[in-house]
Design a protein around this ligand. Structure first.
Ligand code: C2E
Ligand code: SIN
Ligand code: SIN
Ligand code: FE
Ligand code: FE
Length: 408
């Protein structure tokens, strides 16, 4: 096993790596833009393979963009395509062949693939020439497709994509697949790091992390729908929240095994040390550069705050640097109610629901009736009362998640 410092350093290095998850979005949009410039395509899309489907993931469209008012955004389209020969994108993902179609409305009737005109009909856009190429990973497996739409000549007339465009678009598909693979590797690495931090106690498996993250996402979704937050915003935040909630206890890597693995109750002094894990986690994740880091850091910092202001660490400056236990536990001003960020309030509830209903080194699992009674009684004290309502409204789903990730 690595030493304490080495483990800490690894987590810190990971903090920098995490940015590449956010960077991926920016990079893929950039690659799409450059590819379109090189072949003068009016529009373009990237589809990414996810669990046996192609997910429509990025799209750009100059014509539609021009029709928008300043500051307005293209409507967020989200759909999936089956990976088979029936659609254009599906065919390319299925066969790995390039498809260069001069006019999608003139596809031979006996061709295996047909153009899906749903988007054109709903948007009023007219698709004509479409060049679609596969994105392959380093062992030749198809991980997505890059699609160029409506080549334009100098007079802005739509023309077919010339054969000579194909190698250029393939080049961009390769670049895109490198970016995608790196992000996917970072994600896998991140998951390994999380379980490494958690697995220090062999009885507390990474299932704890999976459960807390899944509970948090469910609670957030129901809460956000009640708050009439847009579907698009919710979807985006769910992904970020899942990863960020997984890291809520990452600061525990800085706590010594003697305390962390103690079989019985902690002494007052040990508990004070234990409580520094919130601030330490926030500092590890604290180089706020992306939405992801920011939310992860906020959750690590505030997941032990209480609605009535009795939690820890209270209002602290995570940049102030000092890790002295006194600073963490004594000098800060309490944080209460809606001053506690929503993601922290949600993770607090998810964390305690999980801690009570599971076995820990220091305690047995509680009976579910007792867990629910405790949560109910802590409404308005430890927990946001609105979230406690959301919790009981979602209970069936939460319980099914609990059974889905059992401790072995
Ligand atoms: P954890 O095990 O993930 O627990 C998270 C939170 O769940 C706790 O935050 C507490 O609010 C709640 N919780 C867990 N078990 C119980 C319980 O039996 N009764 C009640 N009322 N609430 C419970 P807290 O207290 O800030 O503790 C943070 C972390 O400190 C815990 O994370 C655990 O790793 C450690 N810890 C707390 N107490 C003890 C202890 O007595 N012995 C040991 N070895 N570790 C402890
Ligand atoms: C398809 O590949 O058939 C979908 C093309 C599109 O709707 O842009
Ligand atoms: C404490 O609040 O002192 C510890 C509660 C627990 O997790 O057992
Ligand atoms: Fe914690
Ligand atoms: Fe926890």
């Amino acid at each position: 096993m690595h030493s304490e410092t080495e483990r800490l350093n690894e987590i810190i290095r990971l903090g920098a790596e995490l940015n590449s998850i956010q960077d991926m979005d920016i990079l893929l949009q950039r690659i799409l833009l450059e590819a379109r410039k090189v072949v003068t395509a009016d529009a373009g899309s990237i589809y990414i393979c996810r669990s046996d489907k192609l997910e429509f993931s990025y799209s750009q469209n100059d014509t539609q963009q021009k029709e928008l008012l300043p500051g307005q955004k293209l409507p967020y389209a989200s759909f999936t395509v089956d990976i088979n020969k029936n659609s254009i994108a599906g065919y390319v993902a299925y066969t790995g062949e390039i498809l260069n179609i001069p006019d999608v409305y003139a596809i031979r009737r006996n061709a295996p693939y047909q153009f899906d005109s749903t988007y054109d009909r709903s948007s009023g856009y007219r698709t004509k020439s479409v060049l679609t190429v596969p994105m392959k990973n380093n062992i030749g497996k198809i991980i997505g497709v890059l699609q160029m739409i409506n080549a334009k000549n100098k007079k802005d007339t739509i023309i077919p994509f010339p054969l000579s465009d194909e190698p250029f678009v393939l080049h961009f598909a390769n670049t895109a697949s490198i970016v995608l693979q790196r992000a996917q590797m970072t994600r896998a690495l991140l998951l390994r790091m999380i379980s490494m931090a958690e697995l220090r106690d062999p009885k507390e498996t990474s299932q704890h992390v999976n459960r807390v993250a899944s509970y948090a996402v469910e609670l957030y979704e129901r809460w956000a729908l009640q708050k009439r937050i847009s579907k698009e915003e919710i979807e985006k935040n769910k992904d970020i929240l899942r990863m960020a909630a997984m890291l809520h206890d990452v600061g525990k890597v800085a706590i010594s095994d003697v305390i962390l693995k103690k079989a019985g109750p902690l002494s007052a002094e040990e508990y004070e040390i234990m409580k520094t894990h919130s601030l330490k986690g926030a500092q590890l994740l604290g180089d706020i550069q992306s939405d992801f880091d920011e939310i992860a850091s906020i959750i690590a910092l505030t997941h032990h705050e209480n609605w009535d202001g009795t939690g820890y660490p209270g209002r602290v400056d995570i940049k102030a640097g000092s890790l002295s236990n006194d600073d963490v536990n004594k000098k800060s001003v309490p944080l209460k109610g809606e001053e506690i960020p929503i993601y922290g309030r949600i993770t607090a509830l998810a964390d305690v629901y999980d801690a009570l209903s599971s076995k820990r080194v220091y305690k047995d699992a509680w009976k579910i009736e007792d867990v629910l009674k405790e949560i109910r009684s802590l409404s308005g004290k430890k927990f946001d009362p609105e979230l406690v309502e959301v919790f009981f409204d979602s209970l069936e789903l939460l319980e099914s998640i609990r059974h889905k990730y059992p401790d072995e």
